[in-house]
Ligand binder design. Sequence first.
Ligand SMILES: Cc1ncc(C[n+]2csc(CCOP(=O)(O)OP(=O)(O)O)c2C)c(N)n1
Length: 657
Amino acid sequence: MALLDSSTGKLIRDYSIEELKDSAKLMRGYDLVALCAAGSGHAGGTLSIMDVTAALYLKIANHDPANPQWPDRDRIIWSGGHKAPSLYLGLAFAGFCKPQDVMLLRKLGSAFQGHPHWLKLPGVEVSTGSLGQGLSIAVGVALAGKLDDKTFRTFCIMGDGEQQEGEVWEAAMEAAHYKLENLVAIVDYNRLQIDGTVADVMNIDPLEEKYKSFGWDVVRINGHDMAQVLDALSVNRVGSAKPLLAIAETVKGKGVSFMENVAGWHGKTPNHEEMIQGLRELGLLDRVPYASLLEYAEQYQQQATRELNAKMPHFRRDYWWNHSIIMSAKMEPTRAGFGRALAQNGDDERVVCLGLDISGSITISEFYAGKPERKKRWISMGIAEQSATAAAAGLAREGKLPVFGTYATFAAARNLDQIRTSICYGNFNVLIAGAHGGVSVGPDGATHQALEDLFAVCGLPNMSVVVPCDSIETRKATTHLLLKLQGPKYLRFAREATPIVTTETTPFVFGQANIIRLRKVVNEFAEAFETQLSSAYRNESEDLTIIACGPMVPEAMRAAYILQQEFGWETRVINMHTLKPIDEDAVIRAVKETGMIITAEEHQIGALIWRVSGIITSSPSLYGVPVITGAVGVRDRFGESGAPWELIKEFGVSADG
Ligand SMILES: Cc1ncc(C[n+]2csc(CCOP(=O)(O)OP(=O)(O)O)c2C)c(N)n1
């Protein structure tokens, strides 16, 4: 058993326990350097699972680095895809790739995505990143093994916080029902998740008894004791007729004193100094060639930047954000406005916020920050988007104003049926925050970049949908949706800092677009434009109209600036912050008055353009009116890892793209 040459069946290398321990340590060192080079990622959980990783990839699993698709190999499925660097280092140390390659973690175009993608890197079994799905995939793989009379084993690595996902328990039932003795699940039981301890966020214990009552065999081991790990994972299960769960007790951030047992190191990476300190504590300063590894990452990055810039159009001058002292913009993420609105309006006793273990990052925690009296109306639901959605419906049924939010992929896709049936069909007053929308989420990659959420929510009867353009508009929109608007509502905002283009006095009327016109070229970008409510706007017979929503509005404004400076064209920019109900009159007038409509959305092309073209095709007053149309957005492809602004360029969702 172990690393094999699949053509001869010969062992490639037989690791001793001491060698495995040492490999795990070295892998921790490379992990720190890769995370430092990436500048984003997950230190805590990658360090806690590393001993199990070394045991699995170097000793336990039958696999062959020269033949990654060998049909008889053991399968290792990483349900917690955020631990991708551990997976990559397991593969690298087993010989599937080189350890230095892992330094390309999270970089544009790299095989080492923020969350693993099996189509990019041989040795990765499946693509993961949305928690709670891996055990179900593992059940499928193990069932296939049985159907084909194969003897391979399937391992599935999960987190303890991840146990809060209901799907885990559906899969646990299935595994026992089908007597999947060829399945071994491992829980990285480090007792922490993002919002705090697992016990506080949503208790999962007694975990052992739960799995046993579901029909599993369970062992509890010290996940940092290599002998115990090997013992637990190498037991021959044939004839047991039960799946096995190994609860590996671990320390989050293991090996680096200032990271150990600190929840804040979940999704954080070491800076250069912290990396050096970590390597020193691991005794690896002389053994991990960090300088050359960082240099390798840097060289790759420079090349990627050159290639990306070569793809961009070139104008007489550089119009990119803040590359010039004229037309310079202040930046703030739209998400900041969401938190501010909750802080301002949270005294209303009806407001109840539901936490989904990503609270600081999406700013929903601002609801109770510095206001302990509001804590009783803060309901931590754990990582359980589907149940939280239906629970919100229950709260609304009783007269509360529930708010929940998470990455838009998990806030509007995973729980879509709950939104549809429990919230929209019943027409309940629930505010859903689709946070981190679009590719500008950046290095987390495709699984965390919502590019389809607006299709889903716009298609639901009773649902209102708002995509505000900057942090100020997000605050106004949140306040309106939370306190004034009846029924289900979806607010989509983004993670990255984007230009502030409105002021306190800029109108925000739900359901009515704003018209934005470039009036002059000045130092402050926002001051160069005049904004009016669409109903108040008088036709200026512009050359074209750009209809945009969200942070694509500042991009549309910048496009108007470029078009005027480079081509002498005048552009009407429509800030279509409310996608549903959409301002039909603003669209109809733009068609008649400018004759050219371009839509711009940081989404798969379709959510905004579908609503706009629906108006054009179904409005009798536009029959026979000639119109030229175009669309900016993501063109039917999944997102990727990369820096936020790199992705905005790469996916063609910028003014220049
Ligand atoms: C469905 C889903 N919801 C939310 C997230 C965001 N997220 C990433 S990691 C994480 C916490 C995971 O905690 P745990 O399973 O205990 O992992 P560990 O602490 O070992 O890293 C969350 C909420 C996600 N990736 N998928």
